[in-house]
Design a protein around this ligand. Sequence first.
Ligand code: FES
Length: 363
Amino acid sequence: MRPLLPEMLPAEIKRTLRSPWLHPLNDLQAVDELLERVNPMWALGRIRARVIEVRSETPDTKTFVLKPNARWAGHVAGQHCLIEMETEGVRQRRAFSLSSADSRHCSFTVRRQPGDGVTARMHARIRVGSVLTLSSARGGFVLPAQRPERLLMLGIGSGVTPLMAMLEQLHAEGYSGDIVFVHGSRTAGDAIFAARLSALAAHWPALKCLSHFSATHGHATFESIAARVPDYAQRHTLMCGPGGFMQCLIEGYAERGLSAQLQYERFGLPPRRATAPGEALQVRCGPSERLFEAGPQQSLLEAAEAGGLSPKHGCRIGICRSCQCRKKSGSVENLLSGARSDAPDELIQLCISAARSDLELDL
Ligand code: FES
């Protein structure tokens, strides 16, 4: 049977469900939790999506294709969304790039990370028919509105996913410029979307694909990219990949005064220096007065967990804001931007903030 959408509920019922007099139904989340028991696709406030296809891309990578409910407003190629997974009562949200330009459906592609429980559980549990909760599409890693004549796309490992969506978008538009796509993976067998990319390149003169296999060529670096794409300085560059690779490219472009033409998506914190021993700072949590120690290269979320606390969190990479908390005093550094702040009584995100002095948190 085709699932009913909340939009199909009669207006009076929707109005009644939203009534402030109906406690606890005035809380949209509570309403959604009730509706979900009747039909997992029903929701007034959340985006729910049914999995309609699961594809194996490589031995450890799967693509999940979803049909979202009417709350999904579509996406622009290159954007990502947060997928919610509940494990042992803990709700976690992870950001995944949308791997196709098709905006009616959404698909995301997940590599099973060693030691990462969330991706392993996604591979094991998500099947055709499963219903997931996701955020709306977000993020500014999208093609420039004025399409550049020459593009360089650097997609290493699962970083290829947003670039694949952008390529599909350009192909659909009939882009006739010049794209060099560097596709990096450990071996040929690990290359995500290898068949899709060769099929596109076979019929589309604008696209030239270059493979980089780290098992034989070593890790991709600024120098190795510059050697294979000598006119890189004339190309608008879009990049997504592991933190170390991206940092090396960011620095290479900055040293040559080319930062403005480099556009990238970072899912995770930039590589950090090892913490020197003896540098730990004290964090005091009010009103419990609990104390924990934080190293200068450690996020406050990691430090709090190491200190036996369990702060609320989701994505752990600064996107969902679940870990937001009030800093009452002290100095912190934003690990993504490097910005430092000493202001009292400000909201910080624990997962992307590190202590730069002893701190007092409302945790
Ligand atoms: S856990 Fe998502 S922003 Fe910190």
